[in-house]
Unconditional design. Structure first.
Lengths: 499, 160
C-alpha cells in the first residue's frame, strides 16, 4: 500500500498546477500566501479536475496524468498572460491571508489519523463499489472512454430475471473521472490508497475555509471551528465510505463560504472561484445540481432584497457558467439513452405527504446526533440569537434560509421515492452530512458575530464606519449598512469598498 | 448529548456575558465553546481509528480489492465466504477482458459485490459467455460440454 499511497499523493500533487492555473485565471493568486496558497491551489485543482475531466472523457480523452499536467500547464500560461494583461491587477480586498504553523499542525492531526485509518480500511460502502468506484475502474480499464461502460450490461443487469436498477448510470462522473486519473497515477487500482483522496477533500475544504473566513474570524476561533469539522465522526466515516457525499459536501460548503465572501467583498475574483466550486458541486452527484441551484437562489434572493441588482447580474452570469458545465453530461446521457433514475418522482411527493412526519423525525434524530458533534443545533441557536440580539441579521437569515431549503429539498427527495424506508435507513445520514458540515463551517463565523469578536479589518480603502459606529468587519453581511446601489459600475465598486 | 446541551446553554449565557468582556476574552470564549462541543469525542474517535488500523489484516492489493465489499459484515478477512472464494478463483483464472455469464437464484447485492471484484471482466445475465457462474445448478446440466469447473459449495465457476 505504501508505494501506491506515495504514487497517489504524487497524483494529488499533480492537481496543484491546475489549481494554480485556476487561481491565476480567476485573479485569486495574490490573495493567499505560503502553505495556504498551495493548499487552496490543490482544492481548486480538485474542483477544476472534477468539472473538466468528464467533458474530456466524452471526447474520448482519458483522464490521465499527462492530460491533467498539460491542462495545468496550459492554464498557467493563460493565467500568467491574463495577469499581465490586467491593467490594474485586481487588488485583493483584504490583506493576503496566511496559515501559521500552529493552526496548520492542529488541523493536520485529525487528517493524519484519518489517513492512517484509510490506508488500512478496505472499501466497504455499497454505493462506492456498485457505482462510483466501479465506474472509475471501468473508466481506467477502458482507456478513459466511458461509452463502453454505459453500454455495459452491468448497469441494467437482470440476473435471475429480476431487474436490479439501484446503480446510477445517469449520475455525473466527476468523481469517477478523478478516481480514474488517480488509479492511472498509481498504475493499478488500490482502493485503500484511494481513501487518501477523500482525506484530501476534507483537508482542502479546511484550507479553503481558512482562506476565505480568516479575514472575518480570528485565528483561535477559526482553528477551533475547523477542528470541529475535521474531528466530526460522521464526516470522517462518510469520507472513508468513498461515496460521493463528502466530496459533494466539501465543494458545496466551500461554495457557500466563497459566495458569502463575494457578497461581502464584491470581487469578481471571488465570484469566479465560487462559480468553479458550484460547477464542481454539480459535476459530483445528482443532488449537486439541486444544491448548487438552491445556493444560487438563496443568494439571489438576498441580493434582490438588498436591491443589489448589479451584483445579482454577476451572480446570474456565474449561474450560466455552471449550467454550461452541466450541459455536456446531459447531452452525453441523452445521446447514449442512459436511463434516468427511475425511483424518484416529484408527482409521488404529493401522494407521500403522510410520510413527511416520519422523515422529519429521522432528520430530527440526525440533527441532534452526537456523531455530528451538535453542529446544526449550535449553529442554528447561534443564528437565532444573532437575530434576537440584532447583531448580524443578514448572516443569520442567510444561514437559516440556506439550511432550511436544503432540508426541505431532502424532505422532497425522500417523499418522491417509493423506497422511503430503505433510503432513510441507508442514505439519510450521509445526505444530511452536507447540512451538518455547513453548520460546522459557519459556526466560527456565527459565534464570532454573536460574541462580537471582530476579525482583522479589511485593508481596502473605504468609507469606514457606519453612522452607528459599527466596525467594518462587524458590518459585513448587513445589507442595511450598505449604501443604495444605482446600478452603475462606479457606485457598485464604491459600495463594495465600504467593507 | 450532554456535551451538546451544556455547550448550547453556554452559548446562550455567553451571548449575554460577551459585551462585558474584552475582545481577546471574547475570542477565547468563542473558541472554548466550539472546543467544548468536540473535545469529549476526540479520544473516542482516535481510539476507534487506531483500533480499525490494528484490526485489519495486511492483504495483497488484489485480494483486498476483491474482498472489499465483503468486509462490510466482518472486520477480518472473510476467508470462508463462498462468493468471495469464487471471485478470488475467477481473478486467477479468467482473463481480464473476458465476459462472465451468471445464472441461478442470485441476490442482486451478491452480483454487485462480485462485479466490483471481477471488473474489468464483464458480468452478464445468462449463459451466453465463455465463462459462467452457476448458483444452485450443476455444470453438467446447465453447460453441457464444458471444459473445466470449480465448485464452491453450491456455487460453480465454469469454463466452456
Amino acid at each position: 500500500v505504501r508505494g501506491d499511497a506515495v504514487r497517489l499523493l504524487l497524483g494529488l500533487a499533480g492537481l496543484v498546477p491546475l489549481g494554480v492555473a485556476v487561481l491565476l485565471i480567476t485573479g485569486n493568486w495574490r490573495r493567499f500566501r505560503g502553505l495556504l496558497r498551495a493548499g487552496i491551489a490543490f482544492f481548486a485543482g480538485l474542483a477544476a479536475a472534477t468539472a473538466l475531466l468528464p467533458p474530456l472523457v466524452y471526447l474520448r480523452v482519458a483522464p490521465s496524468v499527462p492530460v491533467v499536467l498539460a491542462l495545468g500547464l496550459l492554464g498557467i500560461i493563460a493565467g500568467l498572460a491574463l495577469e499581465r494583461r490586467r491593467d490594474r491587477p485586481e487588488a485583493p480586498p483584504i490583506e493576503a491571508v496566511r496559515l501559521g504553523p500552529s493552526p496548520a499542525a492542529i488541523l493536520a492531526l485529525p487528517l493524519a489519523f484519518l489517513a492512517l485509518r484509510g490506508l488500512a480500511q478496505p472499501f466497504g460502502a455499497s454505493d462506492a463499489f456498485t457505482d462510483w468506484t466501479l465506474k472509475a475502474k471501468f473508466l481506467f480499464f477502458a482507456g478513459g472512454t466511458f461509452a463502453p461502460t454505459l453500454e455495459h450490461d452491468l448497469w441494467l443487469y437482470a440476473l435471475g430475471g429480476a431487474p436490479s436498477p439501484p446503480v446510477l448510470p445517469s449520475y455525473p462522473i466527476g468523481l469517477p473521472s478523478l478516481e480514474a486519473y488517480l488509479i492511472g497515477a498509481m498504475g493499478e487500482p488500490n482502493f485503500r490508497a484511494l481513501h487518501l483522496l477523500f482525506v484530501a477533500f476534507l483537508g482542502g475544504l479546511a484550507l479553503t475555509l481558512w482562506g476565505f473566513l480568516r479575514p472575518y474570524v480570528g485565528a483561535i476561533v477559526l482553528t477551533a471551528g475547523l477542528s470541529l469539522v475535521l474531528w466530526m465522526p460522521a464526516a470522517r466515516d462518510y469520507a472513508l465510505s468513498a461515496n460521493a457525499d463528502i466530496p459533494l459536501a466539501c465543494f458545496w460548503v466551500a461554495a457557500v463560504i466563497v459566495l458569502g465572501a463575494w457578497v461581502s467583498d464584491g470581487s469578481g475574483s471571488t465570484l469566479a472561484f465560487a462559480a468553479l466550486l458550484l460547477a464542481a458541486t454539480a459535476a459530483t452527484k445528482g443532488e449537486g445540481i439541486a444544491f448548487a441551484g438552491l445556493l444560487v437562489g438563496v443568494t439571489f434572493a438576498g441580493l434582490a432584497v438588498a436591491r443589489r441588482w448589479h451584483a445579482a447580474r454577476g451572480l446570474g452570469l456565474a449561474a450560466l457558467f455552471v449550467v454550461a458545465t452541466v450541459i455536456p453530461w446531459r447531452l452525453f446521457i441523452g445521446l447514449h439513452h442512459v436511463p434516468a433514475r427511475g425511483d424518484l418522482s416529484p408527482a409521488r411527493a404529493l401522494d407521500n405527504l403522510g410520510q413527511a412526519p416520519r422523515i422529519l423525525e429521522k432528520f430530527g434524530e440526525l440533527a441532534v446526533s452526537g456523531d455530528y458533534l451538535w453542529a446544526l443545533p449550535l449553529a442554528t441557536a447561534s443564528a437565532l440569537l444573532l437575530l434576537l440580539t440584532r447583531r448580524d441579521r443578514w448572516l443569520a437569515v442567510r444561514y437559516l434560509a440556506l439550511s432550511g431549503v436544503v432540508i426541505l429539498a431532502l424532505l422532497l427527495v425522500y417523499m418522491s421515492t417509493e423506497r422511503t424506508t430503505f433510503l432513510l435507513r441507508t442514505s439519510a445520514g450521509r445526505l444530511f452530512s452536507t447540512v451538518q458540515l455547513l453548520a460546522a463551517a459557519l459556526l466560527p463565523l456565527l459565534l464570532a458575530r454573536l460574541l462580537g469578536q471582530a476579525g482583522p479589518t479589511p485593508t481596502t480603502a473605504g468609507r469606514g464606519r457606519d453612522p452607528g459606529g459599527t466596525s467594518r468587519s462587524e458590518a459585513i453581511h448587513d445589507p442595511a449598512a450598505e449604501p443604495a446601489e444605482t446600478g452603475t459600475e462606479a457606485s457598485d465598486e464604491g459600495m463594495l469598498r465600504t467593507f | 448529548v450532554v456535551a451538546g446541551v451544556i455547550t448550547l446553554v453556554f452559548v446562550i449565557a455567553a451571548t449575554f456575558a460577551a459585551p462585558r468582556l474584552g475582545i481577546r476574552h471574547r475570542s477565547v470564549l468563542a473558541a472554548g465553546l466550539i472546543v467544548l462541543a468536540f473535545v469529549i469525542s476526540v479520544p473516542r474517535t482516535v481510539a476507534r481509528d487506531i483500533r480499525l488500523v490494528d484490526s485489519r489484516e495486511h492483504l495483497s492489493v488484489q485480494k483486498s480489492e476483491a474482498a472489499a465489499p465483503y468486509f462490510r459484515y466482518s472486520s477480518r478477512f472473510p476467508k470462508n465466504n463462498r462468493p468471495l472464494r469464487l471471485v478470488l478463483a475467477a481473478l486467477e483464472r479468467v482473463p481480464s477482458d473476458a465476459v462472465i455469464g451468471m445464472r441461478g437464484r442470485l441476490l442482486s447485492s451478491w452480483a454487485r459485490r462480485a462485479a466490483f471484484g471481477l471488473a474489468p471482466r464483464r458480468l452478464v445475465a445468462g449463459l451466453d459467455a465463455p465463462w459462467v457462474i452457476l448458483v444452485g445448478e450443476k455444470p453438467a446440466e446447465a453447460v453441457p460440454g464444458y471444459r473445466r469447473a470449480w465448485r464452491f459449495r453450491g456455487l460453480w465457476l465454469v469454463e466452456r
